[in-house]
Write a protein that binds this ligand. Structure first.
Ligand SMILES: NC(=O)c1ccc[n+]([C@@H]2O[C@H](COP(=O)([O-])OP(=O)(O)OC[C@H]3O[C@@H](n4cnc5c(N)ncnc54)[C@H](OP(=O)(O)O)[C@@H]3O)[C@@H](O)[C@H]2O)c1
Length: 229
């Protein structure tokens, strides 16, 4: 697999590169597939969970042996909020370790040039310094966490938003005129998660869509494509 140095092959250099997007129907995976399609990539390998269970080691081995993807995006995972993670911690860790181990190991064995692993800001210590730099990993007590690959890079807008502000923005975007009620019996997670994205900004990346504009666009899409159909 690719090393962290930036001479390793780029996902973007050849539009016919064979790219396996694991978890392509999920929130993150589907956005990545849409972007690849807009960019003109023609050789994406996509399998639903029902077609191909990534927890099955021998199935993953034979898939890599037959398909021989050049690049892998790992956006498949058992995903849930704090309540689900607290209720079924063994399921979450067992399934996600199986998926990650199988895909990373097969990628290595079958000569994948580069693997992009989608982690989560939950990998950082609960009380990490804000904004959180990449080197805060494993420096304190953890929230339920994911292990990540050779090099990890934060992706964030640099702006902080509280859950209350987010809920109030949603209320405004959807035109909800009722009262917001806070259920304080539910567990609190990490109090703050402001990502330090200076590493990625240094590579020339910039966020293009504000949170508010993203909410407006997503709600518009939902009304047109889900409610009206
Ligand atoms: N959502 C976010 O804002 C966010 C932010 C940062 C990082 N991430 C990370 O990105 C990754 C994906 O998150 P997400 O929000 O996109 O999750 P998601 O919407 O729940 O999608 C997960 C995908 O994984 C697939 N999957 C689950 N178990 C599988 C298995 N055993 N075999 C094959 N496919 C399987 C699911 O297929 P089915 O639908 O068919 O079950 C689904 O397509 C996670 O590691 C998450 O921590 C997410």
């Amino acid at each position: 697999m690719g090393s962290p140095n930036h001479d390793s092959p780029s996902f973007l250099s050849n539009k016919s590169s064979k790219i396996f997007v694991a978890g392509h129907r999920g929130l993150v995976g589907s956005a990545i597939v849409r972007k690849f399609q807009v960019l003109g990539f023609t050789n994406l390998i996509l399998r639903t969970h029902a077609e191909f269970d990534l927890t099955r080691q021998s199935d993953v081995e034979s898939f890599f042996s037959t398909e021989k993807p050049e690049f892998v995006i790992l956006a498949a995972a058992k995903v849930g909020g704090i309540h689900a993670n607290n209720t079924y911690p063994a399921d979450f860790i067992a399934i996600n370790l199986q998926i990650q181990t199988n895909v990373i190991d097969s990628s290595y064995r079958h000569g994948v040039k580069k693997l992009l692993f989608l982690g989560s800001s939950c990998i950082y210590p609960k009380l990490a310094p804000q904004p959180i730099p990449e080197n805060a990993l494993l420096t304190g007590p953890l929230e339920p966490t994911n292990e990540c690959g050779l090099e990890h890079v934060n992706v964030g807008s640099g702006k902080e938003v509280t859950i209350k502000e987010l809920a109030e923005s949603m209320k405004e975007v959807v035109g909800f005129e009722g009262e917001l009620v806070w259920d304080t019996s539910k567990p609190d997670g990490t109090p703050r998660k402001l990502m330090d994205s200076s590493k990625l900004l240094g590579l020339g990346w910039m966020p293009k869509i504000s949170l508010k504009d993203g909410l407006i666009d997503t709600y518009k899409w939902y009304v047109e494509n889900v409610i009206k159909q």
